[in-house]
Design a binder for this molecule. Structure first.
Ligand code: NAD
Ligand code: UD1
Length: 330
């Protein structure tokens, strides 16, 4: 298949583009480089020793996207492009709603006009809000606490409505849990433009002395050691989940959790990092972060039953690969 990968130079998109090529698909990447660097294109070429077609374009630019659809014959779309920093979304709500919603509208319009029937969307576990874990796909969605999360809920709704009006479309909504880790080569990983927002890149930047110490947001949750529990998933496993989702896509809308089903606390992640990489991570316990839930982990059985996919890599693999990337990253 020829697959359009939007946001394909970002963290999850770049790993997925690599694996799509390995699985024998053709890949066309569109990215506006708002949170990635062109250098990622050289890195994926180097790892796989093949070329990738790339357009520097904004997915919200309908005229430009139509031009790209006219020049290529896509069999499917994986839509990663989006803004994803929770705190930034609170201070810049309009940018988040515009970018994350209009990009999907543009893409779906192009898909309908150019008869592309497969559409895979990057959703998030954030749509479950305060539901109790393990989280299941058929749970009623929770209240979101920020514009970023709301854009995911809105996108899911738009795609469900599209499926009603255009029943020939095959749409997969993939709800990711907490992707971390990096490609085993050490050449590809999470390299955000600016300060990181999430726990793992913070830990690696403390390890490389870019940041002095880590703040642990609260140790009074009802969890194993009082710190927040999340379902960390290796980005390589997550990327594999996309290949399975695309190859097994069905008509209508299907939702899948992509997680491991296993929760790990902040302190457990820090301990695993210290043990595997033999580096001390100084940290201090501070106030809870607003909007955080105590625990968030998947029931990942549906993806296994219907797609034949399950996460295989461990927390040890994740912290080793994350550091392997960060320690040499320039
Ligand atoms: P990322 O920021 O590394 O990648 C997103 C890419 O999209 C970037 O390269 C950015 O330049 C590009 N982009 C953004 N807006 C664009 C636009 N309008 N046109 C073209 N390109 C655009 O993020 P990621 O971690 O790889 O996340 C990919 C997707 O998965 C996002 O939609 C994100 O919301 C979702 N997601 C991520 C996580 C996570 O923890 N990383 C969790 C759940 C869901
Ligand atoms: C966050 C977002 C979620 C988004 C996901 C992936 C919030 C409320 N949620 O999830 O919408 O889909 O990222 O982008 O921000 N922690 C620390 N110190 C830090 C950073 C994090 O203790 O410096 C803790 C958090 O309190 C949490 C855990 O580490 O318990 C994981 O945090 P993070 O990596 O930001 O992910 P989420 O909060 O799960």
């Amino acid at each position: 298949m020829q697959i359009l990968v939007t946001g394909g130079l970002g963290f999850i998109g770049s790993h997925t583009a690599l694996l799509l090529k390995e699985a024998g698909h053709d890949v066309v990447i569109v990215d506006n480089l708002s949170n990635s660097k062109l250098d990622v294109l050289q890195r994926i070429k180097k790892i796989s020793n093949v070329d990738y077609k790339f357009y520097k374009a904004d997915v919200t630019d309908e005229a430009k996207m139509k031009e790209i659809f006219a020049r290529n014959k896509f069999d499917g779309i994986i839509h990663f492009a989006g803004l994803k920093a929770v705190s930034e979304s609170i201070s810049k709500p309009l940018e988040y709603y515009y970018n994350n919603v209009v990009s999907t509208l543009c893409l779906i319009k192009c898909a309908l006009e150019y008869n592309v029937e497969r559409f895979v969307f990057s959703s998030s576990a954030t749509v479950y809000g305060e539901n109790d874990s393990p989280l299941k796909e058929d749970m009623k969605l929770g209240l979101t606490t920020n514009p970023y999360g709301e854009t995911k809920v809105i996108n899911e709704k738009i795609l469900r409505d599209v499926s009603v009006a255009y029943p020939h479309m095959a749409i997969s909504l993939l709800r990711y849990f907490n992707p971390i880790g990096a490609h085993p080569s050490g050449l590809l990983g999470e390299a955000p433009n600016g300060l990181p927002n999430n726990l793992m890149p913070f830990i690696t930047q403390v390890a490389s002395n870019k940041i002095k110490s880590l703040k642990v947001f609260g140790n009074d949750y009802e969890t194993v050691d009082g710190t927040g529990v999340r379902d960390y998933i290796h980005v390589m496993d997550l990327a594999k989940g996309h290949i399975k989702a695309l190859e097994n896509i069905k008509i209508g809308v299907n939702v899948y959790n992509l997680g491991t089903g296993k929760g790990t606390s902040v302190l457990e992640l820090i301990n695993a990092f210290e043990k595997i990489n033999n580096i001390k991570i100084p940290y201090e316990i501070v106030e809870r972060r607003k909007g955080d839930v105590a625990a968030c982990f998947a029931d990942a059985t549906k993806a296994y039953k219907e797609l034949g996919w399950k996460a295989e890599l461990t927390i040890e693999d994740m912290v080793r690969d994350a550091w392997n990337f960060e320690k040499d990253y320039k």
